[in-house]
Design a protein around this ligand. Structure first.
Ligand SMILES: Nc1ncnc2c1ncn2[C@@H]1O[C@H](COP(=O)(O)OP(=O)(O)O)[C@@H](O)[C@H]1O
Ligand SMILES: [Mg+2]
Length: 358
């Protein structure tokens, strides 16, 4: 059992530099937790606190119930993979992979055996005698992973391990990562700013902004029930549309856009509406549209068309996804929103207001 627990972690570098404000979370054996957020939101700082590379200003790091907060990195039995890979340039691949085992005085027969297992798993058998300078980016990345796996640590920590790979390779390694870590049954904490990685790899995602966890949930729930406007806008591509509406007589409006508000909106005079591009569609001939608007741009992605529409009588634009073969006659179109797919956010705090969070 190696459950990882973070309790009220805080890191302050200077009076106004507090990249980790107050973070508590638990990662169970076999859970893959991703820290997702924009650059500078405190992801790497949090990971370094877990690894012991930085000391927290406050709070605790525990593994399997044991408080490790004051332990040095070498005494934590955690393996970390860095974005830069941090390989030793003068050592061969085999030496890089086994360096940590040698420091721990593992018997050389066992070292050979463990190198064999991980290099087989990661397809590095034919590269064991090379130096990192003679490897491609993808191969270096594999060596960095092998070095983490070979230690058989209690906890895995990965900081943007795919960001130096080109898009195609990233997709391939992403699938491999998923298989490798599924088989490990250890807590994994993975840092990325890439929502696709977060959504595809994780059992849970913690969305971070300004050193605070905005939402901690399985990826599908982050997508369907974003806790606030920031999460709603950060996760999802193309991005969710937002409309700032005025409420009166149980209707919310802007220009030609008008829609009934749910009771949860209460007495607010203003409300923000969020709707994903795939939850808008062209109105049928006999249907009352939510709004009419002008098509200002059509982007054909082959699999779908992304249509930008300016809502009539406003400067607000929304984007909708429609099937690749769907056609329409005029630039002026009628659009319907899927009511069950609407997200309502408080216009001041940005917090989700719909209680349909079931
Ligand atoms: N050692 C440090 N000293 C001072 N400020 C730091 C230090 N490390 C990180 N920071 C600051 O903390 C903030 C968060 O950084 P970081 O955790 O690296 O973000 P992320 O990994 O999410 O991009 C940044 O504003 C960064 O400048
Ligand atoms: Mg970082």
């Amino acid at each position: 059992m190696a459950r990882l627990e973070l309790q009220h972690l805080r890191k302050q570098f200077a009076p106004n530099v507090i990249p980790v404000q107050d973070i508590s979370l638990t990662v169970e054996d076999g859970e893959f937790l991703t820290l997702l957020g924009p650059s500078g939101c405190g992801k790497s700082t949090l990971l370094r606190l877990i690894a012991g590379l930085d000391q927290p200003t406050r709070g605790q790091v525990k593994v399997g119930g044991q408080d490790l907060t004051l332990f040095s990195p070498g005494d934590r039995n955690m393996a970390m993979v860095f974005q830069s890979y941090a390989l030793y340039p003068h050592m061969t691949v085999a030496e890089n992979i086994s360096a940590s085992l040698k420091i721990r005085k593992v018997a050389s027969a066992e070292i050979q055996q463990r190198i064999g297992v991980v290099s087989e798993k990661l397809g590095l058998n034919h590269l064991l005698d090379r130096k990192p300078g003679k490897l491609s980016g993808g191969q270096r990345q594999r060596v960095a992973l092998a070095r983490a796996l070979v230690r058989n640590p209690e906890v895995f920590l990965l900081d943007e391990p795919l960001s130096n790979l080109d898009a195609l390779l990233r997709e391939q390694v992403r699938e491999e990562l998923k298989q490798i870590f599924n088989a490990q049954n250890k807590p994994v904490v993975y840092v990325t700013h890439d929502q696709t990685e977060a959504m595809t790899l994780s059992s849970k995602v913690a969305v971070l902004l300004d050193g605070i966890v905005q939402q901690l949930d399985p990826p599908s729930r982050i997508y369907t029930h974003p806790a606030n406007r920031f999460v709603a806008g950060f996760v999802g591509s193309p991005q969710m549309n937002f409309l700032e509406l005025n409420c009166e007589n149980s209707m919310a409006r802007v220009g030609a856009f008008s829609i009934p508000v749910p009771t949860e909106v209460g007495e607010r005079s203003q409300i923000d509406l969020g709707i994903r591009p795939e939850d808008l569609r062209l109105a049928k001939a006999d249907e009352t549209p939510t709004f009419r608007g002008q098509v200002t741009l059509v982007e054909n992605f082959g699999r779908e068309q992304l249509v930008t529409v300016q809502v009539a009588e406003t400067s607000t634009k929304v984007r909708m996804v429609i099937p690749p073969d769907q056609e329409w006659d005029e630039q002026d179109i009628a659009v319907v929103l899927e009511p069950a797919k609407i997200h309502w956010f408080d216009s001041k705090t940005g917090d989700r207001v719909t209680s349909s969070v079931a």
